[in-house]
Ligand binder design. Sequence first.
Ligand code: HC1
Length: 603
Amino acid sequence: MIDISIDGIELKVAQGTSILDAARQVGVRIPTLCHHDDLCTAGVCRICVVEVEGARTLQASCATPVTQPISVKTNTPKVRSARRHIIDLLLAEHYGDCNTCKRNNNCELQSLAAEYGVDFYRFGHPTEPKYAIDRSSPSIVRDMNKCVLCRRCVRACEELQGVGCLTVASRSSRAHVATFASKPLANVVCINCGQCINHCPTGALTELDQTDEVWTMIEDPTKHVVIQTAPSPRAGMGECFGLEPGTPVTQQLNTALKRVGFDAVFDTNHTADLTIIEEGTELILRLYKALVEKDESVKLPQFTSCSPGWVKYMEHFHTNRLDHLSSAKSPQQMFGSLLKTYYAEKKGVDPADMVVVALMPCTAKKFECNRPEMNSSGFKDVDYGLTTRELAGMIKESGIDLPKLPEAPFDAPFGEASGAGAIFGATGGVMEAALRSVIEMVTGKQVEDFYDHANILPVRGIEGARLAEIPITEVGPVPDLLKHLVPNWDWLKGATLKVGVVHGTANAKQVMEDIEAGGPFSECHFIEFMACPGGCLGGGGQPIPTSPEIRAKRSQAIYQIDANYAVRKSHENPMVLQLYQEFLTDGPCGHISHHHLHTHYQA
Ligand code: HC1
């Protein structure tokens, strides 16, 4: 441990601790801009400069490790003057008006300017934009006129996501963040995950805002406008209304959405349950063909397919493995398909007049709902995917104070769901949901007989890529729902189900390399992949800021929501069972469900 003095406060830190982190340990806040807790150190903005005794120049505290006893001053006239100078220089290049910016009141540059008393543009302010705004992507808008060159988007795309479709081009005053050959974002290998947005300190990167279109639909009396809400926004939405991260607002959100004007509010957890039945059945069929029928054409491990950023990553980078992806549509898309068929008929609504909106934590969901093959009813399954941030804007615009609202249930017939559907939002949740059902269906016993409170802890955690083994020690009778597919479970007795859980696309990249090399992940039967760090709760459409701590709190909220459900297993969701009786009558993975609930992928 090394002695360090920060503004006269003495402490000891481990060798290599940055001055910034040391200061945080004693409650000294040093302002930052290019620094982000999710990303490696860049040290480019210099906002975090401090005086280090004996050093000739000011030092960037984020990029200066403590290697010997030192004395640091973080708040001297020289330091304040340097920071103010940097802010003035950034503002001299920052085109735009705060009032018309989506990040107004949530912009780190704006906050710094306020904090350092900026009341005029010392070095001027651009009156003309330098760059055309790139609106080519269905998910992300890039306005490089607002970029401060902190490179957080570049690092998020490369380090967190392993995609690398953004880079810094040119040098000196011509330096700018660019795509490959400066192509529009829609024409490069962007996976639409939006992690660049979540890590941008300003309004240079935002989601493609579709709220005006949704307002128009709500105001149109000929339209029946319904909304489904995903598991993760309910654990994040409160942050947009000043609540602590991890404060669930599920039922207040239902009330808010009705007041905003939606005709019905449904729970995406319901089709998450349905996904488990379809995807789980697909896995059982793959295992049966591979292990019993010795069919060598069957691809294992099966990969989950509900994260559209992950699917697009596969379509760009691993086209040789597309047939490992489950053919099950994501819960978002399954819901749209059911709403425009089963629900439309029950409700007596022409699907042509039905508008399906999805509240999602994810910008890639906007891309997903525009995939041309997602229209099994003859209409777009889902018309609009709105992020948590966009929907928060609509709620605020409606004059609604979300935390003060009374609670309301979801609407029938898709109001009932299980805790298994809820945990889809957290890394490992899809796997745990699937295992709760698979274990009960195969053993004929309660999952609680094997795992306390049905919490399958071996698949929970925060490691970016993890493995677990689930022994099948006994088998029971095949449940009615699956009797037409497998004669018995004898072939699974004594088997060990090997599973993997992966979140953050950079981790997915490593796991795919492991599979190609015949490593441990290649021996899995089933792997959950989620494009974003922490799973959907860390999605690119969630409230800003994001950090490991904030995501951990959202995760706690999701597992609390699960624990509060009366039904915690997808196969016990009564509405799912009713659907197989009334609509998907040839059962899981039957022709009808294949038409409505499954899809294919494109190289
Ligand atoms: Fe997700 Fe999913 S969990 S993909 O993370 O399978 O976005 O929340 O809605 O579709 O249910 C996202 C979240 C979400 C789908 C479900």
